[in-house]
Design a protein around this ligand. Sequence first.
Ligand code: SF4
Ligand code: SF4
Length: 448
Amino acid sequence: MSAPTEMVREGSLEAPTRHPLDWQNPDFYNGEPLNRELERVFDICHGCRRCVNLCNAFPTLFDLIDESPTMEVDGVNKKDYIKVVDQCYLCDLCFMTKCPYVPPHEWNVDFPHLMLRAKAVKFRQGKTKFRDRVLTSTDNVGKLASIPVVVSAVNATNKAKVTRKILDKVLGVHPDAILPEYHSDTLRKRLQRRDGSRIKVQPASGTRGKVILFATCYGNYNEPHIGEDLVRVFELNGIDVMLAEQEQCCGMPKLEVGDLEAVARAKEANIPVLDKLASEGWDIVAPVPSCVLMFKQELPMMFPDDPQVGRVRKSIFDPFEYLMLRHKEGKLNTEFKKPLGKIAYHAPCHLRVQNIGMKTRDVLELVPDTKVELIERCSGHDGTYAVKSEFHEASMKICRPIVTRIEQADAEYFSSDCPMAGHQIENGLKRAKQPVHPLSLLRIAYGL
Ligand code: SF4
Ligand code: SF4
């Protein structure tokens, strides 16, 4: 099959639109129409090739085509399509930043959603690896690993060379990937110990001045200090912060493996709680961009007609987006105590695709004697991709340009809104330097 070339203009002049994910249609899981759609889109990509350096999915596709007997998509064995799918970690960059053929263009290319559909089919066919099911069960793993008597053993296992080799063999977790540390004193425990005094709030620029902190699995179990830094910074800025009485994983890791039923269950647990709080006047923030994106984009794509999902979408913010909105009305404290010098700052994919601009950079640059060097590249971590034995080396290759930029920047700090991307870069730097989260940097600048 060839992509139509005549009478079709190069790229769309209209703003991209995204069709909801048709995941409740039984045909969504039917292998035949899926293969036809994969062949159609792969053929368009073959004729375009703009995305060749975005990730490993496109080079895998183009190699399959170029090495096939016909050197066209029709020469590729359909069984090999999954090799392309497995390389996609749903960062959305091809859709958001590169593709001229996204809807409303008549070619209707939504590469990430097509990959997601193929992952969902693979999941339903029971072909998803046990390792991937474990790695994406962040809530259950976090609950277990953070039990006080278990936590030291888990952290020691994740660090020791001998046990990492076993993990590689038994589970397929690469021995050189940085695995997150677990804490028994979780963020939720730490914040529940705070006194109950509330701040007198002031709304500004569409923000209500009181936020629910969606702790996230990573923020709760792995790096609780980031949430604590958020609370200190927000409270200094007159923003009241509270935890929701309950939360579960946002569902992003399960989306990554195509387990859409698990995403739906996570939505059922979180959305009613967050919607109730939003209706009581609370905004929502989360310290991990992927989790914010889940509520801003992925759930609305899966549940376009659910009014609760729509209301939560409107109420959730990236933390720096929130601070910058309030700055517009002079509601950001700019009495900084400490300059930060030069910061090599990585803007992660799941933040960039939120289309909110570079708000982290903008806030950090308000600190006197502070210069932010912006790096807009994929780190290749993307949830669990970088820790899998078969993908780790490819992920480090994807990360290499960021590592080079940071080495050349010779900055006081390097930073990323995504803590996992930060550690992926740290790995590329041979652990010579550790990332400092932008919220932690802001806390340092305030002298808190
Ligand atoms: S969504 Fe990201 S990982 Fe997937 S194909 Fe597009 S650029 Fe590559
Ligand atoms: S996703 Fe779009 S821009 Fe990327 S290779 Fe395919 S057709 Fe080209």
